[in-house]
Write a protein that binds this ligand. Structure first.
Ligand code: PGA
Length: 253
């Protein structure tokens, strides 16, 4: 089995001013920096405005910084959007794409993601493609169908030999910010299913692709979730706003 390095990412969503971002980094960095290649990889995903500062503070610590969204065009009349080149220029090395809040509240589509993921990869950004079913979809037993649609579409523009370089985050919508975590078994099953979808395109990529779980990950449940064979890390929202909690989750990995 491939040796996949776990990836723990802090998704701040629309939280923290520039000053608050600085305080967070001042507290977090001494706890998680320079842990070496053997330890889990750590990313912080701040809002665009604090991203350059966070990138500056994280420089040389081994901690990566990712945007929370990106547009697929290079530049032009796209008010409110940022490009891959802009993220890189600001110090990002990754980008979260297709978060369920973007899909739910801002009209993010599988079609747009099919273009965003390869653009991010080509630019040298690590794409973290988020997928996950709603409560109703799980109730109707449509989880696999939803995951298949989102994964196949989101990765459709990525050549087979580059699939292993993408990160997929399995985030069941019913578990996000609700305190209701998927059981380790549910999360492991869904991550395994996502891996099989990637493996169906390229066996080697199925082994390499890292699949995170996200949805109410806390210090108390991190170890069990991260101990599952198919789960290669966590995308953390609420608990990532507190440096102590986030450091505890990183330590659990
Ligand atoms: P949560 O958010 O940890 O607050 O549930 C996870 C996410 O949306 O990435």
């Amino acid at each position: 089995m491939a040796d996949r390095r776990p990836l723990i990412a802090a998704n701040w969503k629309m939280n923290k001013t520039i000053g608050e971002a600085r305080s967070f980094c001042d507290e977090l960095l001494p706890e998680v920096e320079d842990r070496g290649e053997e330890a889990a990889e750590v990313f912080i995903c701040p809002p665009f405005l604090s991203l350059p500062l966070v990138a500056q503070l994280c420089a040389g610590t081994g901690i990566g910084v990712a945007g929370q969204n990106m547009y697929f065009e290079e530049s032009g009349a796209f008010t409110g959007e940022v490009s891959a080149a802009m993220l890189l220029d600001a110090g990002a090395t990754g980008v979260v794409l297709g978060h369920s809040e973007r899909r739910q509240f801002f009209g993010e589509t599988d079609e747009a993601l099919a273009r965003k993921v390869p653009v991010a990869l080509d630019a040298g950004l690590l794409p973290i493609l988020c997928v996950g079913e709603s409560d109703e979809e799980r109730e109707r037993d449509e989880t696999d169908q939803v995951l298949r649609r989102q994964v196949e579409a989101g990765l459709s523009g990525v050549p087979d030999d580059r699939l292993g370089g993408v990160v997929v985050a399995y985030e069941p919508i019913w578990a996000i910010g609700t305190g209701k975590t998927a059981t380790a078994e549910q999360a492991d099953d869904a991550c395994g299913f996502i891996r099989s979808l990637v493996a169906a395109r390229d066996t080697g990529a199925g082994e390499l692709v890292r699949i995170q779980y996200g949805g109410s990950v806390k210090p108390a449940n991190a170890e069990e979730l991260l101990g599952q064979t198919e789960i290669d890390g966590a995308l953390v929202g609420g608990a990532a706003l507190d440096p102590e909690d986030f450091a505890a989750i990183v330590a659990a990995a």
